[in-house]
Design a protein around this ligand. Structure first.
Ligand SMILES: Cc1cc2nc3c(=O)[nH]c(=O)nc-3n(C[C@H](O)[C@H](O)[C@H](O)COP(=O)(O)OP(=O)(O)OC[C@H]3O[C@@H](n4cnc5c(N)ncnc54)[C@H](O)[C@@H]3O)c2cc1C
Ligand SMILES: *[C@@H]1O[C@H](CO)[C@@H](O)[C@H](O)[C@H]1NC(C)=O
Ligand SMILES: *[C@@H]1O[C@H](CO)[C@@H](O)[C@H](O)[C@H]1NC(C)=O
Ligand SMILES: *[C@@H]1O[C@H](CO)[C@@H](O)[C@H](O)[C@H]1NC(C)=O
Ligand SMILES: *[C@@H]1O[C@H](CO)[C@@H](O)[C@H](O)[C@H]1NC(C)=O
Ligand SMILES: *[C@@H]1O[C@H](CO)[C@@H](O)[C@H](O)[C@H]1NC(C)=O
Ligand SMILES: *[C@@H]1O[C@H](CO)[C@@H](O)[C@H](O)[C@H]1NC(C)=O
Ligand SMILES: *[C@@H]1O[C@H](CO)[C@@H](O)[C@H](O)[C@H]1NC(C)=O
Ligand SMILES: *[C@@H]1O[C@H](CO)[C@@H](O)[C@H](O)[C@H]1NC(C)=O
Length: 553
């Protein structure tokens, strides 16, 4: 119970009671805003539970080689894949496999379910990628139910079709940090008193970490300053500059943990005096630690879309009658979900998944993570993207490039105002861009040849994306998007002056301050970061309680 006092600060920096998708970011260095033409919309979940409350809920373990890389980089064996799988098992409440399958968990707080997909296309995909001729429904079902998160260190070498698990519970509700916090706050003893000493402060924007300066010792974090007020952050869709904010402080009995995500963790650290000295001095922020790793080395998976329109509609579209309009009380899909938690609104958006190893893969693992579906489309983010209505003959594949080579992205302060969003520049393709684009082009060509092979009556197809008539790689580059940003406070070997956190999540150069979120990953973890981020939060729980000599609950 004692350890929860440590966590209360982490939780108290979550902002906003409403879910908004509100982060406008410019790719490259030109001017931009929230329109497709001027850049891309880069959503983040500004709410309790963060982006896992607005995300696609796809739950994929990264290749074991990614954990191995961190273990060897930091010389810390507790990051090896066998250890990390234990944390995964502690978190998972698997609801798609029979209980007892090795490598999975059944009692954790993140519920995970699965779903199958479109037959003919899967047959062709399996034939082309794996050389499998599907001869029976059973064989097809086996492929569609193949478990991508199974315990097998070389599983990313096996290309082909998989089931895509999602972090949804058996009542088809999102499962994650928000539900965990809500359950923790709701827990009461026999007298009706709260069981856990946890305080959640919403509408609270953390503005800086407070440090005590001590002679001959490292500065010590002892609290957090935050602004109280609704929708204070400048890119919140509800933002009003006239909204007043009250400065508040909270104090840590043990430690401060920052978990603002890969854009806001570096912002908070810099506002607190931890970052590249030159940038801080330019803004008049007193330097606590000169740490160039803060806000640098930003990475992201590239994501590209292949969208076609078939000759005839795809059959059995579960979303056929949905309006995607919460105010429309006659939406049959909404009624179904409200009545008994069934129906399409309880499903993930991407029923099909394939792994593919392009010629550009730097090891034996697949480096492209396809996900897709019929009668739907996903081509990145723009205002209203989630309501885009498409003909039932549409089919899309989204291609996620794993192990992207670029680490040239930056997050810089525009001012000392914590309400102002930082300047975020991805510098996509600056490092290894040609190889990564070649991998994506190869994969787009594969996706198109699968469509071709699917045959009549679906063919001929009309290609919508990548835009026909311009060179494939240019077309992919023009429409590239992502939502997996990481590494702006990367973990590195201790002793390297440039590391942001060590392998125990401790911020370089100060005491009692940790960072626990996707910003600490030194590389992109596979194709989907939310699972790995939850896994490291579990690891942090063990590391922090151990450092404080707490017994584990
Ligand atoms: C639309 C979308 C779809 C996605 N789909 C998938 C998917 O299907 N599978 C997958 O694996 N990943 C997906 N992702 C990515 C994944 O959700 C994120 O990588 C992951 O949630 C990152 O976790 P995090 O803890 O680092 O940051 P976040 O989840 O972004 O959490 C940061 C938290 O900090 C809070 N915060 C920030 N600044 C402050 C401040 N100054 N004061 C107080 N609080 C602050 C924010 O409100 C938020 O609650 C998706 C993301 C988005 C946006
Ligand atoms: C699959 O079928 C094709 C065409 O019928 C045939 O050429 C090929 O050899 C078969 N492959 C396997 C692995 O059976
Ligand atoms: C692990 O996966 C690889 C690649 O799919 C496969 O060849 C191997 O047999 C599997 N090993 C075990 C122990 O299941
Ligand atoms: C903010 O206040 C100013 C001055 O009162 C007013 O002119 C302006 O319309 C207000 N802005 C918003 C968005 O409410
Ligand atoms: C959509 O509505 C039509 C007409 O009522 C019905 O025939 C069809 O089965 C519905 N589709 C789904 C997926 O519910
Ligand atoms: C959603 O439904 C409401 C009520 O039926 C309606 O007024 C509104 O126009 C709809 N919105 C959209 C975007 O269709
Ligand atoms: C609400 O949804 C129903 C069922 O799909 C549809 O017939 C109706 O036009 C919708 N109303 C509005 C206002 O969008
Ligand atoms: C890749 O696989 C080949 C063939 O199985 C093997 O010889 C090689 O060592 C593997 N490479 C790596 C980096 O694991
Ligand atoms: C798909 O078929 C069309 C029409 O025959 C052809 O022009 C195109 O090159 C094919 N695409 C691929 C990737 O095979």
């Amino acid at each position: 119970m004692k350890f929860l006092t440590i966590w209360s600060l982490l939780v108290s920096v979550a902002v906003g009671a409403h879910q908004t998708e509100d982060e406008y970011v410019v790719i490259g260095s030109g001017p931009g805003g929230g329109t497709l033409a001027l850049g891309i919309l880069y959503p983040r979940g500004s709410t309790v539970g963060g982006s896992s409350e607005v995300n696609g809920m796809n739950w994929a373990l990264p290749p074991d080689n990614d954990w191995r890389y961190i273990a060897s980089l930091t010389d810390d064996d507790s990051w090896r894949p066998e250890q990390m799988r234990r944390y995964f098992m502690e978190l998972e409440r698997n609801e798609y496999l029979p209980e007892g399958v090795p490598g999975h968990g059944y009692d954790g707080y993140i519920a995970v379910t699965g779903r199958p997909g479109v037959v003919k296309l899967v047959e062709e995909a399996s034939r082309m990628i794996e050389g499998i001729n599907i001869s029976s429904t059973q064989e097809l079902n086996d492929l569609l139910n193949r478990d991508m998160n199974r315990i097998n260190t070389s599983r990313y070498e096996e290309q082909g079709v998989y089931r895509f698990p999602v972090h949804i519970d058996n009542l088809k509700r999102r499962s994650g940090a928000r539900s965990r916090i809500a359950d923790t706050l709701a827990a009461v003893d026999e007298n009706g008193d709260p069981v856990y000493p946890l305080t959640l402060s919403t509408h609270s924007l953390a503005s800086k970490v407070l440090f005590e300066h001590r002679p001959d010792r490292k500065p010590r974090a002892y609290g957090v300053e935050y602004l109280q007020g609704e929708a204070l952050y400048s890119v919140d869709a509800r933002y009003n500059p006239n909204q007043t904010a009250t400065a508040q402080r909270v104090y840590a009995s043990k430690e401060v943990i920052v978990a603002g995500g890969s854009f806001n963790t570096p912002q908070i650290l810099k506002l607190s005096g931890i970052g590249p000295a030159e940038e801080l001095q330019r803004l008049g922020i007193p330097v606590v630690v000169d740490l160039p790793a803060v806000g640098n080395n930003m990475r992201d998976n590239y994501e590209g879309g292949v969208v076609v329109q078939a000759n005839v509609p795809f059959e059995n579209n579960p979303f056929a009658n949905c309006t995607y309009n919460l105010s429309n009380q006659s939406d049959p899909c909404l009624t179904q979900w409200k009545n008994d938690h069934t129906g399409p609104y309880g499903e993930g958006g991407a029923p099909l998944t394939m792994w593919y190893r392009s010629k550009q893969s730097q090891n034996n693992d697949s480096d492209i993570f396809f996900f897709g579906g019929a009668s739907a489309v996903f081509r990145g983010y723009f205002t209203g993207y989630s309501r885009e209505q498409v003909p039932p003959s549409t089919f899309y594949w989204s291609m996620v490039k794993m192990k992207p080579r670029n680490a040239a992205g930056t997050v810089e302060l525009r001012s000392t105002d914590p309400r102002e969003a930082p300047l975020i520049i991805f510098n996509y393709f600056e490092q290894g861009g040609d190889e990564d684009l070649a991998a994506l082009a190869e994969s787009a060509t594969l996706a198109l040849s699968i469509f071709n092979a699917t045959g009549a009556p679906y063919t001929p197809y009309k290609v919508i994306e990548p835009t026909p008539g311009i060179p494939l790689e240019q077309a992919l580059k023009d429409d590239m998007f992502s939502h997996h940003v990481s590494s702006t406070c990367r973990m590195d070997p201790k002793g390297d002056r440039n590391y942001c956190v060590d392998s125990r999540f401790r911020v370089n150069g100060v005491d009692n301050l940790r960072v626990v979120d996707a910003s600490v990953f030194p590389i992109m973890m596979g194709g989907f970061p939310v699972g790995p981020t939850f896994i490291i939060s579990r690891k942090a729980y063990h590391v922090i309680t151990a450092d404080h000599g707490c017994s584990l609950g």
